[in-house]
Ligand binder design. Structure first.
Ligand SMILES: Cc1ncc(COP(=O)(O)O)c(C=O)c1O
Length: 425
């Protein structure tokens, strides 16, 4: 009897100890996940921690403001969630430590895998010629834009180079050009009203904000160009030709949706211009994050593999996913605008796309929405009163009765915008 009591109390103690141990293990796992993020198990028994990123903008609710001022490309989160771990990279603590990437290549801070995948992507899509071009990487194409201004300036007589673009132009062009008060270049406004010969013309095509397909408007021999091809991708516009201009800028922000990775690239024809751009990058930030380049290389590889090595389903094909989503949004917006008496949009553009091999309509990344309602002079302010944040015409060099609305945000934000806009009379 005593022996039975002894063994049952020992069993009870073991049960309590086991339960405490299980709870402690659970707590440790919880704390680790909560503060150090999820884990990826490894076959060698170790664990690889990923960090928990910030969440970005707050979610949209029925009463909150819908912020469609920025072209924040969160539409693409759905696609990348669907790729699971295919686009995940792991960078051990001892890697990517040196400043240098490629001491034998043209540009010492370009990661060779990034360059390889970017060239592969252009060959796949057919939107730019890559053979014979120098490839540079930047912290977003915004940094490369400044590097290009630096490389093309000043004018031959030493005076500041005029920088122009036809209105409506991307709202960052004037501010980024002028913010350091450079003696090398200065913003000179709407290219359609430029009186001189020597200038840098910014050719954004498809154009931010109105989606127009653009060619340079300045005809002079001494005009230089920077082609901003942030949106020259099949989800936004038919790919009609492979760009072969002097300087072409691209960005993962609008191609794959990875704006937070802050990576852009430039294709540059002339070696001296490319060398000056490299110089700018050295002085400005001593190169570009290798971690970001490796991540972007992996993302772009997954895009290319999705077309070249995988079954042709939308889950594998980024541009088809993007095109469908954008098309759905545009047809809803066009129907709502057609049913209203007070709004209008630019006409739809269509053309044969060499990439998808069929006729497609363009789906610009922004809606350039005009208001015809009597008494509304400041359309941006009018929409703000209805809890919709947009960017008004004056920031793009035009009048106040037009605004730019991002078409790249989450479904929740877009749906809320549609509900609110449909109710405006
Ligand atoms: C036309 C255009 N060019 C360049 C950029 C900047 O891109 P990044 O995020 O690579 O700096 C944007 C971003 O909205 C853009 O709309």
């Amino acid at each position: 009897m005593a022996a039975r009591e002894g063994s049952s109390s020992a069993a009870g103690k073991i049960a309590v100890v086991a339960s405490v141990a299980v709870n402690l293990a659970w707590l440790a796992t919880y704390i680790h996940r909560r503060y150090f993020g999820g884990n990826y198990g490894r076959s060698d028994g170790g664990e690889i921690a990923t960090v928990e990123p910030s969440k970005g903008k707050p979610p949209v609710t029925e009463h909150s403001v819908v912020n469609l001022d920025h072209g924040d490309p969160t539409l693409y989160v759905e696609f990348w969630r669907g790729t699971g771990d295919r686009a995940t990279i792991v960078i051990p603590g001892w890697q990517t430590m040196s400043y240098f990437s490629d001491l034998v290549g043209f540009c010492w801070f370009v990661e060779p895998t990034f360059e390889r995948e970017v060239r592969r992507l252009h060959r796949l899509v057919g939107n730019a010629v890559v053979d014979g071009y120098h490839l540079l990487v930047g912290t977003g194409s915004t940094q490369l834009f400044q590097a290009a201004l630096y490389a093309l300036s000043p004018a031959q007589d030493g005076s500041p180079m005029s920088v122009v673009s036809p209105a409506p132009y991307y709202s960052s062009y004037p501010s980024v050009t002028n913010f350091l008060n450079s003696a090398l270049y200065r913003w000179d406004g709407d290219a359609n009203f430029f009186g001189g010969d020597t200038c840098i013309e910014l050719v954004c095509s498809p154009n931010n904000p109105d989606g127009a397909i653009r060619k340079p408007v300045i005809k002079s021999e001494s005009r230089k160009t920077i082609h901003d091809f942030a949106y020259y991708w099949p989800q936004y516009t038919p790919i009609t030709e492979a760009g072969d201009h002097d300087i072409m800028l691209f960005t993962v922000s609008k191609c794959t949706g990875h704006a937070g990775t802050r990576l852009g690239w430039a294709l540059v024809k002339d070696v001296e211009v490319a060398q000056k751009m490299v110089k700018f990058m050295e002085l400005n930030t001593i190169g570009v994050s290798k971690d970001s380049q490796l991540r972007a290389a992996k993302i772009i590889k997954v895009v290319c593999d999705g077309y070249e090595l995988s079954p042709p389903s939308e889950a594998n094909r980024l541009f088809h996913f993007g095109q469908r989503k954008m098309k759905e949004r545009w047809s809803r917006l066009r129907a709502t605008v057609a049913a209203s008496d007070i709004f209008s949009l630019p006409n739809e553009i269509s053309g044969y796309c060499n990439f998808v091999k069929e006729n497609v309509t363009s789906n610009p990344p922004f809606a350039w929405l005009r208001c015809h309602k009597d008494g509304v002079e400041d359309f941006e302010g009018f929409l703000r009163e209805h809890k919709i944040l947009t960017r008004g015409g004056p920031k793009f060099g035009v009048d106040e009765k037009v605004v730019r609305v991002s078409m790249l945000d989450t479904d929740e934000a877009f749906n809320m915008f549609m509900n609110r806009v449909a109710s405006l009379k």
